[in-house]
Ligand binder design. Sequence first.
Ligand SMILES: Cc1cc2nc3c(=O)[nH]c(=O)nc-3n(C[C@H](O)[C@H](O)[C@H](O)COP(=O)(O)OP(=O)(O)OC[C@H]3O[C@@H](n4cnc5c(N)ncnc54)[C@H](O)[C@@H]3O)c2cc1C
Length: 498
Amino acid sequence: MTSTAPAPLRDRYDVAVIGLGPVGATLANLLALRGLSVLALDREPDIYRLPRAIHFDGECMRVFQTVGIAERVTPGLVVAPGMKFVAADGRLLLDWSRPTEVGPQGWHASYRFHQPTLETTLRERLAAQSQVDIRLRCEVFSIEPAAEEVNLRLEDMSTGRLLRTKARYVVGCDGARSTVRRFMGTELEDLRSHERWLVVDVVLHKERPDLGDHSVQYCDPARPATYVRGPGLRRRWELMLLPGEDAAAMSRPEAVWQLLSRWVTADEAQLERPAVYTFHSVIARGWRKGRLLIAGDAAHQTPPFMGQGMCAGIRDAANLAWKLDDVITGAAPDALLDTYESERSPHVREFIETAVRLGNVIQATDPEVARRRDAMFAQAQVFTTPQPRLGPGAHDGSSAAATIGEQPTLADGARLDDRAGYRHALLVDPAWEVGRTHERIAVVPADSTMARDWLKRLDARAVLLRPDRYVAGIARDRDELARLLRLATPAPIARARA
Ligand SMILES: Cc1cc2nc3c(=O)[nH]c(=O)nc-3n(C[C@H](O)[C@H](O)[C@H](O)COP(=O)(O)OP(=O)(O)OC[C@H]3O[C@@H](n4cnc5c(N)ncnc54)[C@H](O)[C@@H]3O)c2cc1C
């Protein structure tokens, strides 16, 4: 995408989003859905053209549904049947199969996708929002928080012009080497996994069904490796580099084809990218400092063994956008923003720690350690995707709260999230008259079998879903209902948007 003669910056925005990768673009879209004014900037002239992420989950797809791009994204996706971990002798160690039918969230559990295509779609959607100003080739060089806003100084790198503006809040979605994180003085907690892997993307000349649709983790101590089926003819292999191996030498086409020779040859495919990455596992300590916040890789990084790095960032965006709006408009006290880290940090930690554990299974290069591992998995084990709860925050702490909610289809065929929009939704027993609620809450009668069954399983007459589709709490009687509704509108709406 190129910027064409951008309009002058406003004096002040509700939110400045620094970095327009998948996380920044999702966040900016969600903020725009709530009617906030947004400055969305990136220092690069275009999106990063080579895919990094290749998998996302049903929860991400649900966020894309809210953003309004699910239908556009769907044709480019492949539903993923899961991953198998195999020993050097081909024996199955761990089976992480995923259901291939639509699940309780209204989407499949696991998709393969092409990251640049997704990012293009997110940016096109963003460009259609009138209250969003997008600036590419634009870098922040000064961030000065004041009492009511943050003063920003920017350089338009295509013209060399220096610009000034203000934002009530600034969110750094500026990736692993986040500038905003450094301005905040936030440090990273090291979860101790930093391995070098060669990532190779190829485009096959024609289908090779024998390669399979399942991803495979080759737990071979001689050279741990991963195969992933991408959409269309795209296929990925990731090969662990051994100590002493030179990254540049290993990335040369001759070396790459040699490494891939057991699966594919240069006659059968075009090499799209060989690149060496060090997969880090870190979490920031302090995702918010006053009016500055961070999200996505700026706040956490994980080895890709669960395909969850971007997914976690998309969850950050979904968690944060409605909270920023509630605080900016005065619908909630400023403290609501503190629940962003308290909820999200333990959730993403569980994914990162699980990815590190899986990495330890895959990355064993000592033959004796690998032999003991293989013996431990003498009977192939089944692995299921963790479904962590959010940490303490904007929910009632009951057993259903802080878990991702379901998305039933309603009697008229509409899906719950489409009916609710990007608001709180109260799914309620149709026989229960709940009376008037706040305009920020969509009251949706549970008029279908799917919806009623979910309430039955929750043993509730109503369930309150937050705009990020996590359960805020449930109600069985009028007192519980009154308490639940206060969770959605803790303070009267007082302030206007910028
Ligand atoms: C090999 C590999 C495989 C992966 N596989 C998966 C997977 O299957 N599933 C998954 O969920 N995740 C996966 N990931 C992780 C995923 O790619 C990242 O988590 C995701 O891209 C992070 O998104 P982000 O928007 O936070 O940051 P980024 O995508 O890094 O975007 C940051 C943006 O900020 C901009 N920027 C940086 N600094 C500044 C600045 N100072 N001013 C303005 N703009 C700035 C950059 O130009 C960039 O556009 C993988 C990663 C790798 C490397």
